[in-house]
Design a protein around this ligand. Structure first.
Ligand SMILES: CCCCCCc1ccc(S(N)(=O)=O)cc1
Ligand SMILES: [Zn+2]
Length: 262
């Protein structure tokens, strides 16, 4: 792996990340396998509160690892709070992880079972930190809301994302993506598990308070298939490597406690 290039292939994938990112073998790495019966129900864990009504999406991009929708985060216009969080955390971006045709692609698993895909809504603590980068490299600077995607009926709003994917087929492509509110992607119940973990891609900083929602969102196989029309590679490169299986497998719990809201 020259430089800090990393990927999901045989030579640059998750099993090789610890070469350039030794924290990969740390004590609070993500994702994990969640065992609901071993999670501690904590009555002090209040509900997650999302104030996304004034959120401002900016663009959608292919960063060579996933498809990312970025938000304006210069003020507290879209925040997550409550649950395990002591402060409001600002929405910065969301992105997805998915599998290949028919196989699974979520990062967190539940009793060893994985879902077809996983949506991550990434937020940062702008009360304690000045920039996202600073928050992302400091313990508990980030709060990531994880939502599982399960295949079934078509999702009535996901087409807003999948219809735009053809504009960001290649690594490095960015297109305007205004007026999208991710609240439309959330399942009806926000009951969750929460634990202290890390970024699931390099630099793998151990800076994340994970909030994994129990109820999956349902999307169609056809909608999911559109994510696989993206490629990891740039337009100028000759090979076209289909973007799929961009997930890290579960990491050791190393004594951590997973708590459960009701
Ligand atoms: C100092 C810069 C850090 C950029 C961190 C970018 C990033 C955000 C979220 C996730 S994920 N999959 O854990 O939600 C992975 C990576
Ligand atoms: Zn992610």
């Amino acid at each position: 792996m020259t430089g800090n290039q990393w990927g999901y292939g045989k030579d640059d994938g998750p099993s090789a990340w610890n070469t350039n990112y030794p924290v990969a073998d740390g004590d609070r790495q993500s994702p994990i396998d969640i065992l609901p019966h071993q999670a501690r129900h904590d009555p002090n864990l209040g509900p997650i509160v999302l104030n996304y009504d004034r959120c401002t999406s900016i663009n959608i991009a292919n960063n060579g690892h996933s498809v990312v929708v970025e938000f304006e985060d210069s003020d507290d216009r879209s925040v997550i709070q409550g649950g395990p969080l002591d402060n409001p955390y600002r929405l910065k971006q969301f992105h997805f992880h998915w599998g290949g045709k028919g196989c699974h692609g979520s990062e967190h698993t539940v009793e060893g079972n994985s879902y077809a895909s996983e949506l991550h809504l990434v937020h940062w603590n702008a009360v304690k930190f000045k920039t996202f980068g600073e928050a992302a490299s400091t313990s508990d600077g980030l709060a990531v809301l994880g939502i599982f995607l399960e295949t079934g009926d078509e999702h009535r709003w996901l087409h807003m994302i999948t219809d735009a994917l053809y504009t960001v087929k290649f690594k490095g492509s960015v297109t305007d993506f205004k007026g999208f509110n991710p609240k439309c992607l959330l399942p009806s119940s926000l009951h969750y598990w929460t634990y202290l973990g890390s970024l699931t891609t390099p630099p793998l900083h151990e800076s994340v308070i994970w909030i994994v929602v129990k109820e999956p969102m349902i999307v169609s196989e056809k909608q999911l298939g559109k994510f696989r029309t993206l490629v990891f590679t740039g337009e100028e490169e000759d090979e076209r490597t289909r973007m799929e299986n961009n997930f890290r497998p579960p990491q050791l719990l190393k004594g951590r406690t997973v708590r459960s809201s009701n």
